[in-house]
Structures are given as structure tokens and as C-alpha cells.
Ligand binder design. Structure first.
Ligand code: GLU
Length: 304
């Protein structure tokens, strides 16, 4: 299939539609991105690569990084992980405090902020140098050693992270945070600040399309059964309070971030990443969602 021609065609069609999205501005660094940036990268498990637009420009991957931290934690601990974080879509905002009170400090899933903070707590318990080891893990998955945190963004996340601090304190009061809050949040805010390109993201997520094995290195990251679970969680919980819409319209497991990136995986076939910074009202890339809907419709390459 001539994917690059399809990308161009869909892009041109989307150019005719007004972009009703808004770039994230809860921290100043994110609001400075060019709203017209647009990149796509598809990588197949056989190693073919197809790119369009700004596919090599790094952007703030934000919540997409929650998949990396979750997979790393899951590869280190047993299934008692699920005593501390659930596997249900939240049906509420990604940073809801109300739900956490009802659920007695156990977050609904690893991709809402509270769940990702519990995952960071597990990594702080399990790893000697959590930040460095998370980065090394991403270097291993991507094959690119220059991927890094953006320290200005991490600092800004911390300075504005009042709700995230409320979440972690709340969970600590229920006994679901075992380490020092500052250590856990330092890891959390740094993970949010990682910058990667569409190409790097597509390559890094490819193991989730390949039964847990990185195709180009042969490294086994997760068992087949745990890979199934990671994809299932992305399918049901990967798009804030819009995972149902994404499943309905696109039909792939995936994860979005407030920097405007979306990564989606077709098991046994490919991984695709789209980046377009303006976000819809649910926090997902406005044109990224439309692009992927058109892509799986035109190519008939959804999992359903
Ligand atoms: N850094 C954001 C926060 O912790 C999350 C960003 C995202 O959802 O992509 O509030």
C-alpha cells in the first residue's frame, strides 16, 4: 500500500476543515509550539517506514510516556500491581480527585494521572536511579540515545502541578504511595517532559505490535499475555474520557498526550504516530483523531 500517498491525501482533505482545537496552555512552554506542526510516521513490524510532514521533529510526549513507565513497572513486578491500580476506564477527567475518594485511593487505571503516579511510586521502589533507568528503557526501545527530559518543562509541570500534588497526597493518606512524595513526583514530572518525534515513538511502540518483542533488536520486553493486557488498557483507557470514541472511530489501541501526539498500534502489523498540537475539548489532538479515523477507514486497517 502506498501509505505516503494516503497520508498526503488525508492531510490535504483535513486542510479544508477548520481546526477547532486549542494548543495546551496550562504551562507556558507547551503554548509556544507551532499549532500548524503536523507529522505522521507508520512503521511496520517488518521494518518498513512511511513518513509525512514533521515526522522528525521532537515534541512533548506528555501522557504518551505513561505507557513506557507502565510497561517498565509491569516488567519488574508481579501481578499484585493490580492491587494498587485498576484496569477500568475512568469515565471522568484524567486528574479527577472525586473519583479517587470514592475508590479509596486506588486509581481506576495506569493512564490517568493518579494511576501513573502510583506507577512512578513502584518504579521509585524498584529502581536504583529511576529517571535514568526510564530513559535507558526508552533508548532501548527506540534505538536512539539522545532522547531526553526537557528540564524546563519538568520544572514548569512541578510549579503548576497543584492537582497532581493533591492526588499523590490523597493516595498517600490511603497508604497507596510508599515512597517520599517529592521523589515520586520528580519522576512523574520528568516523565511528562520527555520529547520524541513521531518516528521515534512509532519505533518505540512497535514491540506492542509484535507480541512484546522489539523487532529490530529481538529484545523481549513483555510476555505475549502481558502485551495483550497493555494493548487492552490502551484500547479502553488511552484517550482520557474519549477512549470509546477513539475505539468507535479509529478502532486501534493507542495513547494520546496533551502535547498533541497520538500513538496507535495494530497488533502483528504496524504502529502509527500522528502529531498535531491543537487539542479537542477532551484533550486529544483535534486533527490527529480525524486523521487516524480517515486512515483506518480508507485502508481498512483497524483491528475491528
Ligand atoms: N503533564 C500533565 C499533567 O500531569 C499530563 C499531560 C497529559 O495528559 O498528556 O497534568
Amino acid at each position: 500500500m502506498d501509505y505516503e500517498k494516503i497520508f498526503k491525501h488525508i492531510y490535504e482533505e483535513l486542510e479544508k476543515i477548520e481546526n477547532k482545537g486549542q494548543v495546551a496552555d496550562y504551562i507556558p512552554e507547551l503554548s509556544m509550539v507551532d499549532p500548524n506542526s503536523f507529522g505522521v510516521q507508520l512503521t511496520t513490524v517488518e521494518g518498513e517506514k512511511y513518513a509525512f510532514g514533521d515526522s522528525n521533529i521532537r515534541f512533548s510526549i506528555q501522557s504518551i510516556a505513561k505507557v513506557f513507565s507502565y510497561v517498565l513497572a509491569y516488567s519488574l513486578v508481579k501481578s499484585d500491581l493490580w492491587d494498587r491500580v485498576g484496569v477500568e476506564p475512568s469515565g471522568t477527567a484524567f486528574n479527577s480527585l472525586v473519583q479517587l475518594e470514592n475508590d479509596r485511593g486506588v486509581p481506576r487505571n495506569p493512564f490517568i494521572n493518579a494511576g501513573a503516579i502510583v506507577i512512578c511510586d513502584i518504579l521509585v521502589s524498584e529502581l536504583q536511579s529511576p529517571k535514568e533507568e526510564v530513559l535507558s528503557f526508552i533508548h532501548e526501545l527506540s534505538g536512539v540515545n539522545s532522547i531526553n527530559f526537557n528540564h524546563t518543562i519538568a520544572k514548569s509541570e512541578r510549579a503548576n502541578g497543584f492537582i497532581n500534588f493533591a492526588l499523590v497526597n490523597f493516595m498517600k493518606s490511603f497508604g497507596n504511595i510508599h515512597n517520599d512524595i517529592d521523589d515520586v513526583m520528580d519522576l512523574y514530572f520528568n516523565i511528562c517532559s520527555i520529547e520524541m518525534s513521531c518516528e521515534e515513538l512509532s519505533n518505540s511502540f512497535l514491540f506492542l505490535a509484535n507480541n512484546g518483542v522489539v523487532p529490530y533488536s529481538g529484545a523481549k520486553i513483555l510476555s505475549s499475555s502481558r502485551t495483550k493486557r497493555a494493548n487492552a488498557l490502551m484500547q479502553t483507557c488511552g484517550f482520557y474520557d474519549e477512549a470509546g470514541q477513539f475505539t468507535f472511530k479509529v478502532g486501534l489501541p493507542g495513547k494520546s498526550g496533551i502535547g498533541g501526539g497520538i500513538v496507535a498500534v495494530h497488533p502483528m502489523k504496524y504502529c502509527i504516530t500522528v502529531w498535531s498540537p491543537p487539542l479537542n475539548s477532551k484533550g486529544n489532538s483535534y486533527k490527529g483523531m480525524l486523521f487516524l479515523e480517515e486512515f483506518t477507514t480508507q485502508t481498512e486497517l483497524s483491528i475491528f
